[in-house]
Design a protein around this ligand. Structure first.
Ligand code: NAP
Length: 311
């Protein structure tokens, strides 16, 4: 791959920015990478591990001369980040973000950007429950989707170049309208996270009754909820507050389905349960066929029995 951007500025140095830095280096996509983060501690760690070529003290300083700026901060602080960098951007630069919600981020960022830059919002559909400057790795985006949600009248060249960057980072790239993105993500990511948080919360409430049994027997299914429910609290608070309408819409549907299943259990309607679970099993097969997960037993965990015993 050849260099696509001469100077890339990463604003925020957590899981996503760190993974982008590693992936851009792997692909030789950036001339130099400048990073900055809010806290001196994160900047210190990033410098220590050589995450970027340079670490800047402030976002305003980081974006100077950059032809690509990537906002990698929680969704709730995108406006503040855009406000800080706005006056320091280079004409012709592309500004993008990696926020998990798109309509709200566009509303936050756009008013602070000068006319002579290209704003192309984006969202890599890849992550882990870890955060911070040490958590990134080059393979995070491999064979995962990154969705770009260009605004009306976006410069096709700026969009194409950003697409090439994400492809160079290993991602499959698609374009989508921001509202559609927010609804799709409410189904595939946001509501499932809320359900996982709830299930783990319920188990925590029961802990006193069950002593340590919830932890000991967690491999029965609960464990997979706990991985999701260990995700960063700040990030997820912001996701729900900024994707409010779509999340509430999907939660409403979820509640209806849950009541229907509850009723089937109460009335002993085994056919309803069996049909429902048959349909959902097919969805899992579809995900595997699309190459978006492994079909190895127990999500490919190396040695399920040994691992279970250790927990
Ligand atoms: P992360 O590992 O927690 O890193 C967040 C970064 O933002 C840190 O450098 C942090 O600085 C900075 N930050 C936090 N609060 C800030 C504030 N109030 N003002 C300025 N900077 C602040 O987060 P991440 O997982 O990389 O997520 C970053 C973005 O990617 C979010 O918008 C998220 O929605 C999106 N995203 C996340 C995932 C995922 O699974 N994690 C997947 C796709 C997209 P300090 O370290 O100095 O506190």
């Amino acid at each position: 791959m050849s260099i696509l951007y001469k100077r890339v500025a990463l604003i925020g140095l957590g899981l996503i920015a760190g993974s982008m830095a590693h992936a851009m280096r792997r692909g030789g996509l950036a001339g130099e990478i400048i990073g900055t983060a809010r806290s001196a501690e994160t900047r210190r760690i990033a410098a220590e591990i050589g995450l970027c070529d340079q670490i800047a003290e402030t976002a305003a300083e980081a974006v100077k001369g950059a032809d690509l700026v990537v906002l990698c901060v929680p969704v709730g602080v995108m406006a503040a980040a855009a406000e800080e960098i706005g006056p320091h951007l280079t004409p012709g630069a592309t500004i993008t973000d990696v926020g998990s919600v798109k309509r709200d981020v566009i509303a936050q960022v756009e008013p602070h950007l000068p006319e002579d830059v290209h704003f192309v919002p984006g969202h890599p559909l890849a992550g882990t429950e870890h955060s911070g400057p040490n958590s990134g790795f080059a393979e995070l985006f491999d064979n995962r989707y990154t969705l770009l949600t260009p605004l009306e009248g976006a410069d096709p060249q700026a969009v194409a170049k950003l697409r090439a960057l994400w492809e160079g980072c290993g991602a499959n790239v698609e374009e989508m309208d921001a509202d559609r993105h927010d609804l799709v993500l409410a189904v595939t990511s946001h509501t499932p996270h809320l359900i996982a948080y709830t299930m783990v919360g319920v188990a925590d409430d029961l802990r006193r009754v069950t002593d340590s049994e919830v932890i000991k027997y967690s491999a029965a299914g609960f464990r997979d909820f706990t991985r999701i429910a260990a995700s960063d609290p700040t990030m997820w608070r912001d996701v729900f507050l900024s994707n409010k309408d779509a999340t509430l819409e999907i939660l409403g549907r979820f509640t209806e389905e849950l009541f229907a299943l509850q009723r089937a259990i109460r009335t002993g309607d085994g056919d309803h349960l069996h049909d429902y679970f048959t349909r959902t099993r097919a969805i899992r097969r579809g995900i595997i066929e699309a190459g978006q997960d492994t079909d190895a037993p127990n999500f490919g965990r190396a040695s399920p029995r040994k691992e279970d015993a250790a927990e």
